[in-house]
Design a protein around this ligand. Structure first.
Ligand code: ZN
Length: 297
């Protein structure tokens, strides 16, 4: 903390829910989750170290016509590990959110309290947005999962729209009857803090049956990120890169096993250098793929 409005999903946990909600309502046009100090005004121009959303990040493994058309791919030689499985991916925020502060500040009930429909998300000092990072990782992950035979449901199809609201994102994943799901984010923590944080649900009724499975998945994600990326566990929040949260619609309202991953701290210079690269984004996707295979295996 001590970083003003730049606290994120992880950072909010240091405050009571009532305080957090009050703070959000008081400053909803200027503050977003994941620590964004991103104003409702246009963002700074992008340095574009990664592909734009309209021509999304395409890895060598995501270049098939099936991937481009959104159709289910025919699994390749490594396929079948996730055949018949349905995976939910929620790339946090949306690239157009900052254009419609009224829409995203609309308050929704998250099962335990009120929170904004959505927020702009955070950004690096260079103006690389969290929404864009989240979407790139999601696309890489979607391609990886399809290659293993899975059907993938994403909560947004582009990075230039607004929303959907966080409660609707949970509904999309619930309606799809996903076997497991992941919310992809990057945090806006204190500039001195590094690392990833995995946010896990707390039983609140709708998610009661998936608490244990979500915790197992969270541990698998933790191990996979440590093994497969160069990002450390969070130095500023949680324990060993994991923390429980009871104040987020994405965890409270989802009735399938799910965790929210803050893949690094965009406000930290060392983390930011990793987060903007396609290489790191792909390594996160591969780690999540491995964790999904393990938890469903
Ligand atoms: Zn976020």
């Amino acid at each position: 903390m001590g970083d003003g409005d730049r606290r994120g999903h992880a950072g909010w946990a240091r405050h009571g829910r009532r305080q957090a909600v009050a703070a959000v309502i008081a400053a909803v046009l200027a503050v977003s989750a994941c620590g964004s100090a991103v104003p409702a005004a246009p963002l700074p121009s992008r340095p574009s170290p990664a592909p734009a959303a309209s021509q999304p990040a395409v890895s060598p493994r995501d270049s098939t016509p099936a991937a481009a058309s959104g159709q289910r791919e025919v699994p390749d030689t490594s396929a079948g590990l996730l055949a018949g499985k349905i995976i939910g991916i929620d790339p946090g925020h949306n690239g157009g959110n900052f254009t419609d502060p009224a829409a995203i500040s609309h308050q929704i009930w998250n099962g335990a309290g009120w929170e904004p429909c959505d927020t702009t998300g955070t950004a690096t000092d260079g103006g690389y947005t969290e929404a864009r990072f989240n979407f790139n990782v999601a696309r890489y992950l979607r391609a990886d999962l399809r290659r293993n035979g899975a059907r993938v449901v994403m909560t947004r199809a582009t990075d230039d729209g607004v929303g959907p609201c966080v409660d609707q994102r949970s509904e999309i994943i619930n309606d799809a009857h996903a076997d497991v799901a992941v919310d992809i984010h990057a945090d806006g923590g204190p500039a001195s803090g590094r690392g990833f944080t995995i946010l896990e649900p707390v039983a609140d009724g709708p998610n009661d049956k998936v608490i244990a499975a979500s915790a197992r998945f969270g541990s698998d994600v933790q191990q996979a990120l440590l093994a497969g990326t160069t990002m450390p566990e969070s130095t500023y929040v949680g324990v060993d890169g994991i923390m429980q949260r009871d104040d987020l619609a994405g965890l409270n309202l989802t009735s399938v096993a799910k965790v929210l991953v803050e893949c690094g701290n965009m406000r930290n210079a060392a983390d930011a250098r990793l987060l903007v690269t396609a290489g790191y984004q792909q390594s996160v996707a591969r780690a999540l793929e491995q964790a999904i295979i393990r938890v469903l295996g």
